[in-house]
Design a protein around this ligand. Structure first.
Ligand code: BGP
Length: 470
């Protein structure tokens, strides 16, 4: 016996990366709808609105909006006990600041959740997964504005009310700790609708943005519990351990400080207050956070019920004498990297689960993990993705040790992108994560036909044996 009975085996996606139908049923444009496709060495372009002559991969994605019955049936065949997806804010409030929600959008998710329940599949729902109305960017500057707090909480409240008998597991935001990479304007745009101005202090902007998101998340948690006390509402953060490059004490401090940057978000959402190290850093840098009366009490009241994490890779930090305190990443000689340079480290997953479990003493749920691969069906029409099988077997093995040997309370496991979908960072279709192949390429050509890969049958067996047989 390793995984508990009722362990939530499943998979995870995000609305904008698979639904397509970007204008169906009155949906408004989201931040994902103004991003073009990237490629090797070419970042996605963020355009000012939707421009003619450009290709926007999220507009159609894999057209899950029209294929969801077929897709849910396939996931049910895999044996999914749960399925993580997000609600596209722009289906419910097309511009984000309307007074009343859009019924056609609400109805779509009603139907989708009913379809999941038909197969005994528990919906696990993210409210904001790299997804917000583009109108909120042009009108308010995204999460720079405190106004977004109320708009988000209204959106959350409408969803909680409407789906209170259909959804038990919620997450407020996806990976808001991702935007801490200040050199990556893409991360802050997708997470928070922030466009930097020339010469502004990006870190100061993000501190304020994060505060607004923390308050919005806490308010949503409080409201959700009021609407249905049985709701389990979690944070969702990207967790990548940062190892010190050596046992040199200065390397240890460099790695510790780098980890703090990741933990800061979790500390606020799980412990209900700002950690001392972050407040001191902001003070030293002269940031003047705009805080309203009652904000700190709200953070305390809006602590999350569980910790959902994504885990893809680990990093290594080295002390940099030329720029002490700055991030200096070095490669890890003990692990290999994927084609996209993500360092593959199964043992790092066990390490991460242990650290989180000890630090927060909350149940954990892995809501993303996986490997992006270049793939094509072989002459028999099947993708023989042995590399993916090896990847998952190694990660599930470490997850099992965390549960069995280390006593980690783990609720479930949802690999990323069980069906091929649009990559968030590059917009490519051909960075494939799925157990199910979808016939579509980076330029949008293809039949959209779904075909199970070899890993489909492997994961099906893993679920059937509750992870015993890898
Ligand atoms: C996470 C995001 C997902 C997803 C995944 C894989 O950070 O939450 O939305 O896309 O990473 O990343 P990518 O699609 O860039 O390969």
């Amino acid at each position: 016996m390793s995984f508990p009975k009722g362990f939530l085996w499943g998979g995870a996606v995000a609305a904008h990366q698979l639904e397509g139908a970007w204008q169906a049923g009155g949906k408004g444009p989201s931040v994902a709808d103004v991003m073009t496709v990237g490629g090797p060495g070419v970042p996605r372009e963020i355009t000012d609105g939707v421009l003619p002559g450009k290709y926007y991969p999220n507009h159609e994605a894999i057209d899950f909006y029209h294929h969801y019955k077929e897709d849910i049936a396939l996931l049910a065949q895999l044996g999914f006990k749960c399925f993580r997806t997000s609600i596209a804010w722009t289906r419910i409030f097309p511009n984000g600041d309307e007074e009343t929600p859009n019924e056609a959008g609400l109805k779509f998710y009603d139907d989708l959740f009913d379809e999941m329940h038909k197969y005994g599949m528990e919906p696990v729902i993210t409210l904001s997964h790299f997804e917000m109305p583009y109108h909120l960017v042009t009108e308010y500057g995204g999460w720079r504005s405190r106004k977004l707090v109320d708009l988000f909480v209204r959106f959350a409240g409408v969803c909680f009310e409407r789906y209170k008998d259909k959804v038990k597991y919620w997450m407020t935001f996806n990976e808001i700790n991702n935007q801490r990479n200040l050199d990556d304007p893409f991360a802050s745009f997708t997470n928070s609708g922030v466009r930097y101005e020339e010469g502004e202090d990006r870190e100061a902007v993000l501190a304020q943005v994060a505060h607004h998101e923390f308050i919005a998340s806490a308010k949503a948690v409080v409201l959700g519990h009021k609407i249905n006390p049985d709701f389990e509402i979690g944070c969702m953060l990207a967790m990548s351990p940062v190892y010190p490059a050596s046992c040199r004490p200065l390397d240890q401090i460099a790695a510790l400080k780098e980890m703090d940057r990741t933990f800061a978000f979790a500390d606020v959402q799980c412990r209900g207050h700002y950690p001392a190290y972050l407040l001191r850093e902001w003070e030293r840098k002269g940031f003047k956070l705009q805080v309203e009366d009652g904000d700190m009490a709200l953070l305390e009241a809006g602590k999350v019920d569980y910790f959902a994490l994504s885990y893809y890779m680990s990093f290594v930090s080295e002390y940099d004498a030329a720029a002490p305190g700055a991030r200096k990443e070095v490669p890890n000689p003990y692990v290999k990297a994927s084609d996209w340079g993500w360092q593959i480290d199964p043992v790092g997953l066990r390490y991460t689960l242990n650290v989180l479990s000890e630090r927060y003493e909350l149940p954990l749920m892995i809501v993303e993990n996986g490997i992006g691969l270049h793939e094509q069906p072989a002459s028999d029409g099947i993708v023989h993705d042995d590399e993916r099988i090896r990847y998952f077997a190694a990660h599930i093995e470490q997850m099992k040790r965390a549960v069995e040997e280390d006593g980690v309370a783990l609720m479930g496991y949802c690999p990323w992108g069980p069906i091929d979908l649009v990559s968030a960072s590059t917009g490519e279709m051909e960075k494939r994560y799925g157990f199910i192949y979808v016939d579509k390429d980076n330029q949008g050509n293809g039949t959209l036909k779904r075909v199970p890969k070899k890993s489909f049958y492997w994961y099906q067996h893993v679920i059937k044996t509750n992870g015993e047989d890898l």
